[in-house]
Design a protein around this ligand. Structure first.
Ligand SMILES: C[S@@+](CC[C@H](N)C(=O)[O-])C[C@H]1O[C@@H](n2cnc3c(N)ncnc32)[C@H](O)[C@@H]1O
Length: 452
């Protein structure tokens, strides 16, 4: 158990920040988080978390210096030069080769701090593509959770020390020396889309070719890191690449990324690893903030709408055979109500047509989809005939977590089949009668011939 989990005063402080300052720190490693809180408290001469909470309540502007202490914004141009050189000579050319000549290239610097990382990326891409092609083809996103850092990144102004690591020909080509400092080329700077984005909370971007997230995840708990890697997997297109910091590594149990260069921490999205249902749920934004960059919301809504409005009745049951999801057609057909969600299927009217326990037992045994044909659903008004297709739902580790039941109304077909069979039998007896009549006619004709 972590230190913060046994410290209710610290928990109360985190809760206050989450509720009142829109700052969710619950995904950070608690021990280093506490050390950084204490550093700020020492600066103010405050001794315990409860007194600091009272101080925050009285002085709301304290959030800014606190976050400056907590979210370490240290950055630099070409930080870990060897890895950037590899990126420039091997990775970026490969990304460009994989694209059609006019196709867009989408790059995301996640946790961009004061901007050094994103401007390094811009310079490398502009050097390879040329500035004009860069402006036409590259969509560059730069996000951070820290508003103050983002403000500095947007400005793109750096002092002598900060630009010292930039090769001199790039410095003179991409920066203008002014009284305030070295200012990054305004035309290129304006093409970058900066935005506040919390990697642990907000839904990810999509269709990214190169995702650079360096020296951000080290501060986060293992489980938070694991869910962020799932989001990154979603964010990247099929040939997309992920570039981490030198002391960061992948920690997911499943290999959703494969190494391209372990030394430089560059990974490719594993093509044959699709996200499971449980992982898709992890992608959902954990925030009510409508302004958060949120393409996934739309994706999930389309997914949901496709299920709900399907012309075929569908249900989802969990492992124990209880009702989890019902689409519109199934609500009408089986006279289901919202309060039936969570109830065992055998206790509902629909339990007459399907024994969910038997279904789950069979799926548990062989894990294959199967169908039940021509099942009768008898109500006061009518008898409906159904074919039921049953598909197992498994989590990413292959463990069965439920089943999808799709009901196809075959009543018309059954009636037509019955009618066809009865017509067929009438036809057979008429044919037999005709046959007999012909025989009688033949023998009568023969007899008449004999008389004459
Ligand atoms: C040490 S800096 C790294 C900057 C840059 N990526 C680099 O390697 O030079 C870490 C940055 O991550 C940001 N950060 C921390 N937690 C974050 C989160 N949950 N979502 C987005 N950014 C986060 C911090 O605000 C900070 O600007």
């Amino acid at each position: 158990m972590s230190t913060s989990e046994v410290n209710p005063e610290f928990e109360a402080l985190l809760h206050y920040l989450k509720q009142n300052c829109g700052c969710d720190l619950t995904g950070y490693k608690p021990d280093s988080l506490m050390r950084r809180f204490q550093r700020r408290m020492q600066q103010l001469g405050i001794e315990n978390y409860t007194s600091y909470l009272q101080y925050l309540q009285a002085e709301p502007q304290e959030c800014t210096p606190l976050l400056d202490t907590i979210l370490i914004n240290f950055s630099g141009f070409f930080r870990d030069r060897d890895a950037w050189e590899y990126l420039a000579h091997k990775i970026i050319p490969q990304i460009i080769t994989n694209k059609q000549p006019q196709e867009q290239i989408r790059v995301w610097s996640a946790g961009c701090a004061s901007g050094e990382e994103v401007y390094t990326l811009v310079m490398l891409l502009a050097e390879i593509l040329g500035i004009e092609q860069y402006l036409q083809r590259v969509q560059m996103f730069a996000t951070d959770v820290d508003r103050d850092a983002l403000r500095r990144a947007r400005q793109g102004i750096y002092n002598e020390n900060e630009v010292a690591s930039i090769p001199s020909q790039l410095l003179s080509k991409y920066f203008e020396q002014t009284e305030q400092g070295y200012v990054f080329c305004s035309q290129l700077r304006r093409s970058i889309i900066f935005g506040r984005h919390n990697l642990a909370v907000d839904a990810p971007m999509s269709k990214i070719d190169l995702l650079v997230c360096r020296n951000v995840l080290i501060y986060l708990k293992r489980e938070t890191q694991a869910s962020i890697f799932v989001r990154f997997h979603f964010a990247l297109n099929n040939q997309g690449l992920l570039f981490l910091g030198n002391s960061e590594s992948l920690i997911n149990q499943r290999q959703i990324f494969t190494p391209v260069s372990i030394k430089r921490r560059i990974f490719a999205k594993a093509k044959d690893q699709k996200l499971g249902l449980d992982e898709h749920l992890l992608l959902l934004p954990q925030t009510q903030d409508k302004k958060a960059i949120n393409p996934l919301n739309t994706y999930i809504r389309i997914w949901q709408a496709a299920f709900e409005t399907s012309p075929l009745a569908q249900l989802v049951v969990d492992r124990s055979g209880s009702l989890l999801l019902v689409n519109e057609r199934a609500y009408g057909l089986f006279r289901l109500q919202n309060n039936h969600i969570g109830a065992p299927v055998r206790d509902l009217e629909i339990g007459q047509v399907i024994n969910s326990l038997t279904v789950m037992r069979r799926l548990n045994r062989d894990h294959h989809p199967f169908s039940l044909k021509n099942i009768e659903w008898v109500t006061d008004n009518a008898t409906t005939h159904l074919d039921i297709h049953i598909t197992p739902i498994s989590d990413s580790s292959g463990k069965l977590i439920g089943a999808n039941l799709t009901f196809i109304d075959v009543t018309q077909y059954i009636y037509l089949k019955d009618e066809f069979e009865s017509l067929n039998s009438t036809l057979t007896s008429l044919t037999q009668e005709l046959h007999i009549t012909r025989k009688v006619l033949n023998s009568t004709t023969q007899e008449l011939r004999n008389i004459h």
